[in-house]
Ligand binder design. Structure first.
Ligand SMILES: Cc1cc2nc3c(=O)[nH]c(=O)nc-3n(C[C@H](O)[C@H](O)[C@H](O)COP(=O)(O)OP(=O)(O)OC[C@H]3O[C@@H](n4cnc5c(N)ncnc54)[C@H](O)[C@@H]3O)c2cc1C
Length: 427
């Protein structure tokens, strides 16, 4: 049986943060990084815009500002981002404040999906040069922490310590691992909303601020703005029973005037927290996702703002006609009536946020604007952590979006570093 000092499951930013930090401090350690995909590095493949200001990407239940900033400094030193310039922010901020909303000013960089791939290749080479073994296309299936072994699709492997960082799509897998290890957890929070797509001229703020972070009342916010060569995409999810549903998402390629498709997309999300009775966010999300899939013939839904305001569904025949003057970037989506699929309370707050946004940045409610549904973020697995380093049981650590310690690339990277400091005690 192969044996390692440390195994890192998941080659996303959480796994990367841990691997580089471990190998820097223990140069002779035998470290194995596994990823079930034949390529990776996790979510850095998508758009790769990185935020370097607290609290973006740092869930407040695990991060205080001073602690997050210490780790963000380390992430910044390692990744050496070129921060994007911003302009006219105070104009937008004043308009937002008059409406009881806010615009957070943050440090950002944007590599684009293609730029992210270049960074991933560079990171993987740096890891291998440093002596970390990378095994792609190998999936972790189970764990026996008494024997300090895991099983994968290829073999049984021994460890002294392990970090499991399987990301948002590893949500189910992580819950299975927690059951195997007898760790209690909660997953009572989710973000539910829509992705908005419109022409650049209807959301010109992106020329001043690449990914503007607006906060509205009732825990509604804008999230993950993409522009230039920007596309809406769908992500596949499956329930434990194997029923498939889709969440939409967005990304852009790196800035290139010749490839600009003239579109911008961003999410407007509402955070939903279940208290009494304590419901599973995952199950709630699955019900919403399945309802949308049922209405969309297995696809996510889209509706033009013009149709939404008139209270009628968008139809294939009218979706690209007349005023509806741009093609959706996500073709495999069903013109529909999102108000039939979305809980009314969530829809009400999101529509209210859109009206506020249209006052701050006039244009977003143009009839051609598309609202895609559902966009759901499942990062609310909240395991019972034993210490500051996200240890869940003797020698086992979790980190990243799937484990609730982050909500973005830099937060995931910082979580990986923080977990690695605990792992060092076992090597
Ligand atoms: C379309 C899209 C666009 C995004 N854009 C941005 C953005 O611009 N900026 C930003 O900050 N964030 C963005 N995000 C979110 C960001 O990708 C995540 O916050 C971040 O990647 C989380 O890092 P992670 O290491 O926790 O998980 P991930 O990056 O998801 O990595 C987890 C890895 O674990 C692997 N894995 C899972 N299960 C197993 C298993 N059983 N065995 C072995 N390997 C396994 C997966 O294959 C994956 O590679 C985006 C996400 C998506 C989906």
């Amino acid at each position: 049986m192969d044996k390692y000092d440390a195994i890192i499951v998941g080659s996303g930013p959480a796994g990367m943060g841990a691997a580089f930090s471990l190998i820097e401090k223990k140069k002779d350690a035998r470290i194995l990084m596994l990823d079930k995909k034949p390529f990776s590095t996790g979510g850095m493949r998508n758009d790769c815009k990185m935020n370097f200001t607290f609290p973006i990407g740092f869930p407040l239940e695990y991060w205080q500002e001073d602690v997050a900033n210490l780790y963000l400094d380390q992430v910044t030193k390692f990744l050496k981002p070129t921060i994007l310039p911003k302009s006219n922010i105070s104009t937008y901020q004043q308009r937002a404040e008059r409406l009881g909303c806010s615009l957070l000013e943050i440090k950002q960089t944007h590599l684009g999906t293609d730029g992210g791939l270049e960074l991933i290749k560079e990171l993987q080479k740096r890891l291998e040069d440093a002596g970390v073994e990378l095994s792609l296309g190998e999936e972790m299936l189970g764990i026996d922490n008494n024997r300090r072994t895991i099983t994968t699709t290829k073999r049984e492997i021994g460890y002294k310590t392990i970090l499991i960082a399987p990301g948002r799509q590893g949500f189910h897998f992580l819950q299975d691992v927690m059951k195997m290890l007898g760790i209690s957890y909660m997953d009572n929070i989710i973000d539910v909303g829509i992705r908005v797509e419109t022409r650049l001229e209807h959301y010109p703020i992106v020329k001043d601020y690449y990914d503007p972070k607006f906060y509205f009342k009732e825990k509604v916010r804008t999230f993950c703005t993409n522009s230039g060569n920007a596309h809406v995409v769908k992500e596949k999810y499956a329930t434990a029973r194997g029923d498939v549903w889709y969440s939409v998402n967005g990304h852009a390629f790196k800035a290139d005037e010749n490839k600009n498709n003239g579109l911008v997309n961003f999410a407007i999300l509402k955070t939903v927290r279940f208290t009494e009775p304590l419901a599973s966010g995952q199950e709630f999300a699955e019900h919403l996702g399945l309802l949308a899939a049922l209405m969309g013939g297995g696809k996510p839904l889209m509706q033009r703002v013009g149709d939404f305001r008139l209270g009628r569904r968008s139809k294939q025949a009218t979706f690209t006609g007349d005023l509806y003057d741009f093609e959706p970037s996500l073709k495999d989506c069903c013109p529909s009536d999102i108000s039939l699929a979305m809980p009314s309370k969530i829809l009400r707050y999101i529509w209210s946020a859109m009206k506020n946004l249209d006052t701050i940045v006039p244009g977003i409610l143009h009839p051609s604007t598309i609202m895609y549904y559902p966009e759901i973020k499942l990062y609310a697995n909240k395991p019972e952590y034993k210490d500051h380093n996200f240890q869940v049981t003797d020698s086992v650590f979790f980190a990243g979006d799937g484990a609730g310690t982050s909500r973005g690339i830099t937060g995931a990277w910082a979580s990986g570093i923080r977990a690695s400091e605990g792992m060092l005690r076992y090597i």
